[in-house]
Design a protein around this ligand. Structure first.
Ligand code: ZN
Length: 75
């Protein structure tokens, strides 16, 4: 089944983002100065033991969609 882009309905290309050295962390837009400019805080979405971030890319509107449920969980 080919996933569709929720923005433009084009077919999404399945692939992955390679992060050999860093973890992938989420920060809300309106975080404080300390969290924004240091390595502290944030929600770890995937750690560096599993460097391949599965995702879907839309070439048409240049967006990448990551299903967080398909990422290895941080323990
Ligand atoms: Zn799109």
């Amino acid at each position: 089944m080919v996933m569709k882009c929720p923005y433009c309905q084009c077919d999404l290309i399945e692939g992955f983002i390679d992060t050999p050295k860093f973890s992938l962390r989420w920060h809300n837009k309106d975080v404080g100065f300390l969290e924004k400019h240091t390595v502290f805080g944030g929600e770890t979405l995937c750690n560096n033991l599993s460097p391949l971030i599965k995702c879907y890319r839309c070439k048409n509107c240049n967006k990448i969609i990551i299903d967080l449920n398909e990422l290895p969980k941080w323990e």
